[in-house]
Design a protein around this ligand. Structure first.
Ligand SMILES: [Zn+2]
Ligand SMILES: [Zn+2]
Length: 121
């Protein structure tokens, strides 16, 4: 009956190695899938947050809404070129005011609500 034990030992060791390998692979792939799921969920959450976040109130003149007065004029200080070289590259600058006449960027939600309320009165 000696051969029987040998077959059994070979089967067991081989079987164990195969089993351990399979379990390891399964665990790893499950772990990876879990990570992927987590990552996807996180990305989805970030996208949602970005979608719900109000846009930055930046005017077309690249200045923030806060730099504009009630009439919409921009008061941000800018450098106005006063001299150019032959390549039309500004050489000298003078401190000036942004000549934006009206804020055209997105309105923050709080202000939209405030305006709706005051309009109704
Ligand atoms: Zn502006
Ligand atoms: Zn401006």
């Amino acid at each position: 009956m000696d051969w029987f034990w040998w077959v059994l030992i070979v089967f067991w060791t081989g079987g164990f190695a195969w089993l351990a390998d399979t379990v390891r692979t399964a665990l790893r792939s499950r772990h990876e899938r879990k990570l992927e799921l987590l990552e996807a969920a996180q990305q989805e959450r970030l996208a949602l947050e970005a979608a719900h976040k109000p846009p930055e109130p930046i005017c077309g003149c690249t200045h923030h809404l806060a730099k504009h007065d009630k009439q919409g004029r921009c008061h941000e200080r800018v450098e106005v070129p006063t001299a150019w070289d032959e390549n039309k590259k500004p050489l000298r600058f003078e401190a000036g005011q942004c000549n934006c006449q009206r804020y055209v960027g997105p309105q923050p939600l709080s202000q939209v609500y405030a305006e709706e309320l005051t309009d109704g009165i």
